[in-house]
Ligand binder design. Sequence first.
Ligand code: AMP
Length: 278
Amino acid sequence: MPLTLIHTRSEWQVFRETLHGPMVLVPTMGALHEGHLSLIRLAKSHADHVIVSIFVNPTQFGPNEDFDRYPRTKDADIALLEEMDVTAVFYPSTEDIYPNGPASATRVYVPEWGKRYCGKSRPDFFEGVCSVVLRLFLLVRPTHTIFGEKDFQQAQIITRMAQDLFLPIQIIKAPIVRESDGLAMSSRNRYLSPEDRTKATQIYAMLHALQQTAPSPITTALQDSITALAHHGVRTDYLVLIDSTTLEEVTLPTPGTRLLFAGYVGHTRLIDTMAMGG
Ligand code: AMP
């Protein structure tokens, strides 16, 4: 079947009426890679209809962040999605998502969780994410959606928003897909110079070592890891062990806890996470 590519809200609304039964929405910002494709494959195992949205959401980028230069690779994305045999791709414009403009648009946020970890250095990020995801849910009206555990805090915040607002949508979590040397796949990896790309592998190496040794308490090992990463040219924003359910910081690496990392290689912000124990 040829790919159905839908560019506007009104076109989508007409198309939506033709779809019945379970439907999974896979929200993305495009520049698709194998991580995104793994979400689509998992989506297909849950429902006949899989809708992929591609929207680089302006409200989740800070003023000095990479909104303008975020990779936009529409032709390559569409070629990949043609291979994946999805029901439709929703590729809205900013006007479709924010009819009254993004700056003054109604927002939604999860207060405490949204201010932790990535929320400290990116104060508007999760509010922007929740605000766009809620719009996509209301517009697309899927029965299911999928979020990658690579963005673990994001997946938990969206789950919390859906619970708090009684959204009738089942949220599926998908495991991280990594490059062969362990680096978590990300659209931002293409910003990395060859030297920075080599440095970035230290992030996975560090998480894996912490997972394997699991010192208890972990506090000193986290500090030592931050120092070691700095020697390898990786600047840590945060490295924490958290309870996966409450998102509280903890010190004992028990099953149900998880490492969260964010940092910079050169100017590129990278995040990663790894479950402990179990
Ligand atoms: P993005 O396009 O970066 O907003 O990501 C869209 C979705 O793909 C989110 O749910 C991400 O968590 C997920 N995702 C991105 N990278 C990966 C990866 N390496 N493995 C699994 N899921 C990913």
